[in-house]
Ligand binder design. Structure first.
Ligand code: ADP
Ligand code: ADP
Ligand code: ZN
Length: 222
């Protein structure tokens, strides 16, 4: 269980959760826990959870709380989370938020800050449709907004193989935006009620959002 900050990044697909979580790892030594990444690894490994999750993810719907919670609890049992975590894409439902509160309370902890990345839906379709990642190290890129400094080679590791997600199509993104508004956006009020909510305008540049997050993390972990 983490003993240091527990940060949550809330926001629709394309808001910049993964991009910012990786930079918070670099800037603050926190560990990114992405349930999307954990689920994609389970699908690739062909585990029972992965087999159940595959079609749901391709349709842009939410995987069941049972599967997601089992995968997350397993990951949170690893020793590296002691330095503090950034939850990227979790929780996404009221049930997941309640389960997280209980898990943390049992360890004498609570959520340090829940950051809501506030963006416009229409812009998210372009962000998600142009997204790709390095197949070697996972660094994220975008066809227009974040290209590698040297075309065709990853800035971080020099890798030349890139990949796109099967669910990053314009149609699936609409479904995922609907799921966000129906099931995840209500969590903003949940964390406001716990006085840990931070709203961050996230339509600006990657660097400007990074600076706002650095201010928040510096303040809440002081
Ligand atoms: P999420 O994890 O919330 O779905 P990502 O971090 O993967 O979002 O970002 C989605 C895409 O948009 C990526 O291709 C990323 O490079 C790009 N991106 C992230 N933040 C910004 C930003 N502030 N402005 C423009 N593009 C961005
Ligand atoms: P994005 O970066 O675009 O927000 P993610 O990688 O976080 O997308 O999630 C991809 C897909 O994985 C989701 O559309 C959903 O099917 C599934 N998923 C990820 N996290 C969760 C979660 N906490 N609860 C339910 N489903 C999830
Ligand atoms: Zn790379």
């Amino acid at each position: 269980m983490p003993v240091a900050p527990v940060l949550i990044l809330l926001g629709p697909p394309g808001a910049g959760k993964g991009t910012q979580a990786r930079m918070l790892e670099e800037d603050f030594g926190l560990v990114q826990l992405s349930t999307g990444d954990l689920l994609r690894a389970a699908v690739a490994a062909g585990t029972e959870a992965g087999r159940k999750a595959k079609a749901v993810m391709e349709a842009g719907q939410l995987v069941s709380d049972d599967i997601v919670l089992a995968i997350l609890k397993d990951r949170m049992a690893a020793p590296d989370v002691a330095s503090g975590i950034i939850l990227d894409g979790f929780p996404r439902t009221a049930g997941q938020a309640a389960a997280l509160d209980t898990l943390l309370a049992d360890a004498g902890q609570r959520v340090t800050a829940a950051v809501s990345l506030e963006v416009d839906d229409e812009a998210m379709i372009a962000r998600v449709s142009g997204r790709y990642t390095c197949g070697t190290c996972g660094e994220g890129y975008h066809d227009q907004f974040k290209q590698p400094a040297k075309a065709g080679a990853c800035d971080k590791c020099g890798g030349t193989a890139f990949k796109r997600r099967a669910d990053d199509t314009a149609e699936t993104v609409r479904e995922r935006l609907n799921a966000y508004h129906a099931q995840t956006a209500p969590l903003i009020a949940h964390y406001d009620g716990q006085s840990v909510l931070e709203r961050v305008p996230a339509m600006g540049s990657i660097a400007s959002v990074r600076a706002m997050l650095a201010d928040i993390v510096g303040r809440v972990s002081a």
